[in-house]
Design a protein around this ligand. Structure first.
Ligand SMILES: *Cc1c(COP(=O)(O)O)cnc(C)c1O
Length: 313
């Protein structure tokens, strides 16, 4: 929908693959991007130019769970003749409904909570304006981004249990965020359901619950993250998120490796940051696993566990 000379405002904390496609694919075609801290709407307002056509919003953001006010940003977009597009992947439609808050287009990676079982890759756009729908439908047909029947089947089957899964993801995450907040090896916990989180009140206003992703920082940095990721047994070291089983990700070496180091550091994506996608297992088992793995995070070396095939990448 954009053309050479157009300008887009995007958040400074966002999914690494979105940053990659913006800067390494679309910038080549002369579309300009500014990445700003969208948790403060003034930053967005100030970044708007004559040629700004689109405001990209991701809330909660990946991996720092920053919260932006969808209603306020959508209002700024419409008053300046721009589209407000919300990546709603972290919340899922069960927890957050951006169209009813004024957004024009909602994007979901159906690979995550909608599919829910890490066995399908897909995406969806949700639109309630006929003219936008027709433009995008034309592109879908012309470009060929059409899912196969098996992929559709897997996503439709996942959706049947979306509320059940999300309720458990949220309850488990709440307990894990509280547990991590108290732990001596942890220097910072990012979870919008914590009252100490900067976005807590906006999250409460625009979300039904706070989601299934918890990020945290270890005092012991990269080494601690390495030890932790090797020691956990129930959390699988993997990219992706939003599946029934718990996953752990080390953003700087995995999902956010394509963001330049100086940009990552400026935005708080540190060497010791870990992102948990909390699954639907028994929460006591998960906390026990975290407790054990955290006790190894400050050791110099972890004894090699030959039963595990994963390698830290
Ligand atoms: C994973 C993810 C995407 C991309 O989804 P794919 O289905 O893996 O292409 C986009 N946005 C967010 C927030 C994500 O977490």
């Amino acid at each position: 929908m954009l053309k050479t000379g157009d300008h887009v405002i995007a958040p400074d904390d966002l999914y690494g693959g979105t940053y990659r496609i913006f800067t390494l694919v679309y910038e080549k075609y002369g579309i300009d991007f500014d990445f700003v801290d969208e948790t403060d709407p003034d930053n967005v307002e100030q970044a708007i130019r004559q040629n700004t056509k689109l405001i990209w919003i991701e809330t909660p953001s990946n991996p720092l769970l920053k919260i932006s006010d969808i209603e306020v940003l959508s209002h700024i977009a419409s008053s300046r003749g721009c589209l407000a597009v919300v990546d709603n992947t972290f919340a899922s439609p069960y927890l957050q409904k951006p169209l009813s808050l004024g957004a024009d287009i909602v994007i979901h990676s159906t690979t995550k909570y909608l599919g829910g079982h890490s066995d399908v890759i897909g995406g969806a756009l949700v639109i309630d304006q006929q003219d936008l729908f027709e433009q995008l439908k034309f592109y879908q047909n012309a470009v060929g981004a059409v899912p196969g029947p098996q992929d559709c089947y897997l996503v439709l089957r996942g959706i049947k249990t979306l509320p059940l899964r999300l309720e458990r993801h949220c309850a488990n995450s709440r307990a894990i965020a509280a547990f991590l907040s108290e732990h001596q090896e942890v220097s910072k916990v990012y979870y919008p359901g914590l009252e100490t989180h900067d976005g807590y009140s906006i999250a409460r206003k625009q979300m039904k619950d706070f989601g299934g992703i918890v990020s945290f920082e270890l005092k012991t940095g990269w080494k601690g993250a390495f030890n932790f990721a090797k020691a956990v047994k129930l959390f699988t070291l993997a990219e992706s998120l939003g599946t029934v089983v718990s996953l752990v990700n080390h953003p700087i070496s995995m999902t956010h490796a394509s963001i330049p180091q100086e940009v990552r550091e400026k935005n708080g994506i540190t060497n010791g940051l870990l992102r948990l996608s909390v699954g639907c297992e028994d929460v006591n088992d998960l906390i026990e696993d975290l407790q054990r793995a955290l006790s190894t995070s400050n050791r110099n070396r972890v004894k090699r566990d030959h039963s595990r095939k994963q390698r830290f990448i």
